[in-house]
Design a protein around this ligand. Structure first.
Ligand SMILES: Cc1cc2nc3c(=O)[nH]c(=O)nc-3n(C[C@H](O)[C@H](O)[C@H](O)COP(=O)(O)OP(=O)(O)OC[C@H]3O[C@@H](n4cnc5c(N)ncnc54)[C@H](O)[C@@H]3O)c2cc1C
Length: 394
């Protein structure tokens, strides 16, 4: 196993095999997978776990559409398939329910063109998703008005690969799993301030300097300026954030209802009868945490889409900023020119479905053991090439 020496760091602390910045879904899965693999891990989180984009409650685990198959779609498909077993193991190790269920998804068809396209996708779904998961087109939804038949004048697609999870449940399970790991050191309220490009040293906000075998930037939107700096590119060229707003309702909904997704609106019934609806997509925003009339509009559309939630009271409104890398795919793997530094960022709208597999890739990178193949479009070099093509911002 290619791990670092346990030599003392400049601050006199033991040098971890892996230093991780950020305790969102990415950093927590990475920490768990790395400690399971026997690596010593220090995780620094500047606020609270789930204090970034992972602090929401939507939890949709939806595949990309099955046509024009590529490495990214294959990676996400494998991740969604494997997550069921990953969650079963995590729940049995920790006793913490993650609110996972493979409920499938309904997509209303609002035009004849959409219906024809959906029918054309059936053989591609069969070829790429295999026989276990269905992708079928129906005249009406088979769960009454979930969604409202009036919103599906040309029928519905019903696929059985999608699932949902409780984001707070998953984070709690990951934290519980990590708490019993003897090779895990959690430093809350501590920020990674700077990484040295050459010396495998990290400067932290508590004034200490820590050496590392590897360091992983799993710190959401804040990973991008750090990676840009290491690559000698402008701070905002490597990625940024897209704000999203969501609401949670007390609906008494059956927990086996499929996800409904229509033109940017998600409706997701969870285990406890609650229904999450989302999301806005805002490239420009002043307050990343404020909710406003854009969310009211999403709620209105969701209520029309699924009459079951027509009168359900909204019990929480939330906003967060999704990390999106310049290449639009997740950013994963070694940062060129910075020995030992790894990126795990840019999961955008799909992190909850793929973070465990992204973590497997990085653990394999560190240990030299076999792991899943990282799609070329995820590589930091691919993103940096795109960043270098961007016109300079003033
Ligand atoms: C409204 C909305 C709905 C969404 N719905 C879904 C969905 O249904 N399904 C899905 O899969 N995804 C969804 N997403 C996207 C998903 O939430 C994100 O992709 C995911 O949370 C990103 O996780 P992360 O761990 O990479 O980053 P984050 O969760 O942002 O975590 C980064 C962490 O790093 C910490 N940090 C930052 N800088 C430093 C530093 N220098 N040192 C130490 N710590 C630092 C932050 O405090 C934070 O805790 C949604 C997002 C939004 C906003």
């Amino acid at each position: 196993m290619a791990v670092a020496d346990k030599a003392a760091s400049p601050a006199g602390q033991a040098t971890p095999d892996l230093l991780i910045a950020g305790a969102g879904v990415s950093g927590l899965w990475l920490a768990l997978k790395a400690t399971r693999a026997g690596l010593s891990v220090t995780l620094v989180e500047r606020g609270n776990p789930g204090g970034g984009a992972s602090g929401g409650f939507l939890g949709a685990l939806m595949p990309h559409s099955p046509e024009r198959w590529n490495g990214k779609k294959e990676f996400q498909f494998r991740a969604l398939v494997d997550l069921e077993d990953e969650i079963a193991r995590l729940e049995s190790e920790t006793g913490v329910p993650c609110g996972y269920r493979r409920v499938g998804r309904i997509l209303p068809l609002t035009s004849e063109r959409g219906r024809i396209t959906a029918i054309e996708r059936i053989p591609e779904a069969q070829a790429n998703w295999g026989e276990v998961f269905g992708y079928t087109v129906h005249h009406t939804p088979d769960r009454g008005d979930w969604p409202n038949i009036l919103r599906a004048p040309h029928g519905v697609v019903h696929e059985t690969l999608s699932a949902r999870i409780s984001p707070p449940g998953l984070l709690e399970a990951l934290l519980t799993g990590l708490a019993v790991m003897p090779n895990f050191d959690f430093r809350l309220g501590v920020e990674l301030v700077e990484l040295s490009a050459t010396g495998k040293l990290a400067r932290l906000s508590d004034g200490s300097t820590v050496g590392f075998g590897h360091a992983a930037l799993a710190n959401g939107i804040d990973a991008f300026p750090m990676i840009a700096r290491l690559a000698g590119l402008p701070a905002h060229s490597v990625g940024g954030g897209v704000k999203g707003q969501a609401a949670l309702m007390d609906a008494g909904a059956p927990p086996d209802l499929p996800l409904v997704y229509d033109d940017g609106v998600y409706v997701i019934a969870h285990e406890n009868g609650r229904v999450a609806v989302g999301s806005t997509s805002e490239n420009r925003f002043d307050d990343p945490q404020a909710t406003d009339e854009r969310l009211d509009e999403v709620i209105k559309r969701a209520r029309k889409l699924c009459p079951l939630i027509k009168d359900a009271p909204v019990i929480r409104r939330w906003a967060g900023v999704r990390p999106r890398a310049v290449g639009r795919d997740p950013m994963l793997g070694p940062v060129p020119g910075a020995p030992g530094v790894l990126a795990m960022a840019g999961g955008f709208k799909i992190s909850f479905g793929i973070a465990h597999r992204m973590a497997d890739c990085l653990v394999a990178e560190i240990t030299g053991e076999a792991g899943p193949e990282t799609p070329q479009s995820f590589a930091v070099t691919s993103h940096l090439a795109k960043a270098a093509e961007q016109p300079a911002k003033s």
